[in-house]
Design a protein around this ligand. Structure first.
Ligand SMILES: [Zn+2]
Ligand SMILES: [Zn+2]
Length: 451
């Protein structure tokens, strides 16, 4: 291997411990210290976190050494650490035409957004794609990605969640069969490879420096990206200073919504679902003192009557609950009153999570009780959605919009009821309903709705 071909360092910023290949000194290899100084304070070069000096005596450097506690999971960055980097040369094999092999058809609104995306790629802009759940955002990206590939740009599609990456990668590969794709996430077993197109969790962006000409970040409203300043720093660090940044979301938070209103952020809004039916607007149901009432007087509650009606008419439904403990207790109560019903309760720490979701998808269950883990990503064809305790703090505007977006997804069953059970309206409930209504209004105005 010659120094000029250390492709695994192209656009990367990594510690020696982060890869197994040898390093050969060469004119293009850059080495930097683990920390840097900003306004007189030491910060971690990988995550920008301020360094709090901790006595650390086991270091092989035998000097006064400290380390960054913020990004430990990626390997320790110490005072004596060294980062390796080779500036991104965009050394890709020319992709034969046609680059895009996808044969589907974009809807009118997808086509319009795809064109705006191409504009932003040509002009190296930042743009937010606000696409409601069910609008078909992945396909809409294809023409833009094709453009960027043709321009020999390096592209990354990042998502906060590994499940999304694993679902996305094969779809992208199918659409672009001649483009090498590198899929990066925490527990991956394959070694890192240099590729024109990368699909990665947002955490992997820490390992890049000025690599991407086009960075697309999916689900910016999702944990942990939304709250994590270090991750946002990593995203900025990973792209070139002149590059295109695309945010994807179904429910931007108030900060983004305000920036769009003030025209500080370019946005493409896709207010309609692919099938052209309006988003179901949630209805509010007052369930007084629901925490206790549902556990102790379940047959007297409005929720009970609704569940009974759905069960009798064999309509499937998802029942969202605010937390695992309460949900577990409530599941026991449900069992005693719905003895013949087939249902499961599922949460993030549930080892049988995948199997339970699958049996709901295969229509083997009458209903599925769950926490917010099912708020996004999952699609069941013909369901109603009930949210218990929608006044709980866990149910933010964006969570509630996502949850409501589970109903009416399929073209065969484009409608569905969404019911919010609570003991008083919260700001988040009001904002969520307002957001859904607003999307429906925009869709109607643009003539995108069937009815
Ligand atoms: Zn750090
Ligand atoms: Zn040291």
């Amino acid at each position: 291997m010659t120094a000029a071909k250390q492709t695994h360092l192209y656009g990367r910023e990594v510690l020696r411990s982060e890869f197994s290949q040898p390093i050969i000194d060469g004119s293009n290899l850059l080495k930097t210290s683990g920390f840097y100084i900003k306004n007189g304070k030491e910060r971690c070069r990988r995550c920008n976190h301020p360094i709090v000096p901790i006595p650390f005596n086991q270091c092989t450097c035998d000097k006064e050494c400290s380390y960054c506690t913020n990004c430990l999971q990626l390997g320790k960055v110490k005072s004596c650490s060294m980062f390796f980097h080779i500036p991104e040369p965009n050394e890709f094999k020319k992709v034969p035409e046609p680059i895009l092999h996808w044969k589907g058809k974009l809807s009118a609104q997808q086509e319009a957004a795809a064109q705006e995306l191409i504009q932003s790629i040509d002009h190296c802009e930042t743009r937010l794609l606000w696409a409601v759940a069910g609008a078909g955002k992945t396909e809409m990206l294809f023409p833009g990605i094709e453009r960027a590939i043709r321009q020999n740009k390096r592209i990354c599609l990042a998502s906060p969640r590994v499940d999304v990456c694993l679902e996305l990668a094969p779809r992208i590969q199918q659409a672009f069969p001649d483009v090498p794709i590198s899929v990066l996430y925490g527990d991956m077993e394959e070694p890192y490879t240099y590729a024109q197109l990368t699909v990665a969790t947002t955490h992997q962006l820490y390992r890049f420096k000025e690599a991407f000409d086009l960075l697309i970040i999916d689900e910016i409203d999702a944990f942990p990206y939304r709250m994590d300043k270090a991750l946002q720093y990593a995203a900025e660090k990973s792209r070139k200073s002149v590059s295109t940044l695309i945010f994807l979301t179904a429910t931007p938070d108030q900060t983004y919504q305000k920036r769009i209103e003030k025209k500080q952020l370019k946005a493409s809004i896709l207010p309609a679902r692919y099938h052209g039916f309006a988003l179901p607007v949630p209805k509010n149901v007052r369930e007084k003192n629901w925490q206790k009432a549902l556990l102790h007087h379940f047959p007297n509650t409005k929720l009970f009557k609704q569940m009974q009606q759905l069960f009798k008419s064999q309509k499937k439904f998802l029942l969202f609950a605010p937390n695992i403990d309460w949900m577990t207790a409530f599941s026991e109560v449900i069992k005693t009153h719905f003895e013949t019903a087939h249902f499961e309760a599922v949460h993030s720490q549930d080892p049988e999570r995948k199997a339970k979701v699958l049996s709901m998808r295969n229509e083997e269950l009458d209903f599925l009780v769950c926490t917010t883990i099912l708020e996004r990503g999952v699609t069941f064809p013909n369901i109603d959605v009930l949210v218990i305790g929608s006044d709980d703090r866990i149910f933010t505007e964006s969570a509630l919009v996502q949850i409501a977006g589970r109903a009416g997804r399929s073209p065969q069953y484009p409608t569905g009821n969404v019911l919010f059970y609570h003991d008083g309206l919260t700001k988040e409930i009001k904002k969520a309903i307002r957001q859904i209504k607003k999307m429906n209004e925009i869709a109607k105005k643009r003539g995108l709705l069937n009815s």
